[in-house]
Design a protein around this ligand. Structure first.
Ligand code: ADP
Ligand code: MG
Length: 475
């Protein structure tokens, strides 16, 4: 119903109706946590965290995990997947058994967050959680595990390292969780994950979750699971949350910095997370904003861990208004007050877009996602819309004066007319069925091929491509 998210839906159906519909997509108000079979010490933590009703994924995944099954869970960003796998572990863990749950995540920041949430939710239970990540003291982590770490949350590198040094053991591991499973099984981590999972030799249960799980990842995931592993999918309609208003802004590459500055000053968004494709761009944009009076901070993998920690903790305290980030910050991070996500560069992989914009509009809050698209970005935009099943609205920003075409580009253009024809750049979009609103005339097989993740939008609004990609210079 709301595949074309954002203001149009609110105008058409009315604010209250839209919010009610959206909340019912996230929460299952027909159940309470105590009906899910969790023990009272766990329920006490849930109540103190302020959770009234479980989210849909929690209502389905918690009983399934409690029944002892291996589970692959797919649910949208910000719908409480951490508690969905964490609460049953807190319920089932044995207080006399150290190192019995292993939760692997892709980044140190996410490990700290997940461990923190489990500590908070489990504070009335005897179950303690330890965080095992690189860049921080190994001795402290070893001490913490030895002093009764029942649950280990970590990044693969440090976990392997400590296991290799015989400082942690997988002998008692009864639960293995891969959070952001598609990232954990992609080429960068796959070998480490294989090695770690091979070392978990005792009888154990596996739970793998993410907002994006392609058929290929599911097949790979199943090779680590029992044959009767169950898949629970609560994603419907689109891969992204309806509460995020997705907008696209057309811009020339050389105007991006100035446009970002313009938006920060004119639109005055609350807290903004800006994603760039490279670390160099992250630093360049941060420097530019600072030079123009914006207190921007940066985060990427080349910074010392102490700096990364400092930025994250300032962000969580609400002391950072503008954070420029690499995809290090794209997965899993839950910072309550991020109101806007900017795709300064569109990601090559459309799944990354889903995770990036998932940093806003979490747990029933609203948010805005701005995508900067250059004339060359047409195909990337189409790929993103095909995956998410959402058509972005064009944001007609006011009052921005584009800069002159840089000298080197002007010279190249005059020389061999290298400038890509915006019409040509759009060809991929025009011919893609999602862009023509013609999903109805696709065969079942074509739909499956277009939406390999299994989330097939039932309708795509009509759109005129018109001048969507003309920059303001052209007007
Ligand atoms: P996901 O992993 O699905 O992206 P998280 O587990 O990070 O989402 O949860 C997102 C936010 O929602 C967190 O701040 C979490 O504390 C909160 N949350 C989780 N479950 C509930 C619930 N049942 N009711 C209210 N808030 C919840
Ligand atoms: Mg998560």
């Amino acid at each position: 119903m709301f595949a074309c998210c954002g203001q149009a839906a609110y105008r058409r159906w009315g604010f209250e109706a839209v919010i009610e519909q959206i909340m019912s997509e996230i929460f299952d108000t027909s159940v309470t946590f105590d009906q899910l079979g969790l023990r009272s010490s766990v329920l006490k933590g849930v109540e103190e965290a302020g959770f009234k009703h479980p989210t849909t994924i929690q209502a389905q995944l918690i009983p399934a995990v409690l029944s002892g099954k291996d589970i692959i869970g797919q649910a949208k960003t910000g719908t409480g997947k951490t508690a969905a796998f964490g609460l049953p572990i807190l319920h089932m863990a044995d207080k006399d058994l150290p190192m019995q749950a292993l939760i692997l995540v892709p980044t140190r920041e996410l490990a700290v967050q997940v461990a923190g949430e489990l500590e908070e939710l489990g504070k009335h239970t005897p179950i303690r959680t330890t965080c095992i990540i690189g860049g921080e003291s190994m001795n402290d982590q070893i001490k913490s595990v030895r002093q009764g770490g029942h649950v280990m949350v970590g990044t693969p590198g440090r976990v392997m390292d400590l296991q290799g040094r015989r400082q942690i053991s997988f002998d008692h591991v009864k639960f293995v969780v891969l959070d952001e499973v598609d990232r954990m099984l992609d080429i960068g981590f796959r070998d480490d994950i294989r090695k770690i999972l091979k070392l978990v030799h005792g009888e154990h249960q596996t739970v793998f979750v993410s907002a994006t799980i392609s058929g290929e990842i599911e097949r790979l995931a199943r090779s680590f699971m029992k044959p009767d592993a169950q898949k629970i999918v609560t994603v419907s309609g689109s891969l992204t949350v309806s509460l995020v208003d997705q907008q696209v802004l057309s811009v020339e590459p050389w105007d991006k910095k100035a446009l970002l500055l313009h938006l920060l000053k004119k639109e005055q968004p609350d807290t903004v997370l800006v994603f760039c494709r490279t670390k160099a761009t992250v630093s360049g944009v941060t420097r530019y904003l600072k030079a123009h009076g914006v207190e921007a901070r940066e985060i990427h993998g080349d910074l010392a861990q102490s700096k990364r920690n400092k930025v994250m903790s300032s962000m969580r305290k609400g002391h950072v208004d503008v954070l420029i980030a690499s995809d290090l910050a794209a997965r899993g991070l839950d910072v309550e007050h991020i109101s806007h996500v900017v795709n300064y560069d569109l990601p090559e992989d459309p799944e990354i877009y889903v995770h990036r914009i998932g940093r806003t509009a979490r747990a029933g809050r609203r948010g805005v996602a701005w995508a900067f698209a250059t004339p060359e970005d047409g195909h990337l935009l189409t790929e993103i819309e095909k995956l998410t099943g959402v058509l972005m609205e064009k944001f007609d920003y006011e009052g921005f004066t584009p800069g002159p075409v840089p000298e080197d580009i002007r010279a190249r253009r005059t020389k061999d007319a290298i400038r890509p024809d915006p019409q040509k750049a759009m060809t991929a979009r025009v011919t893609a069925p999602a862009a023509t609103g013609g999903l109805g005339d696709l065969s079942e097989e074509e739909r499956k091929r277009m939406f390999p993740n299994g989330v097939i939008p039932t309708s795509a609004p009509q759109r005129t491509l018109g001048s969507r990609f003309r920059t303001r210079r052209g007007k």
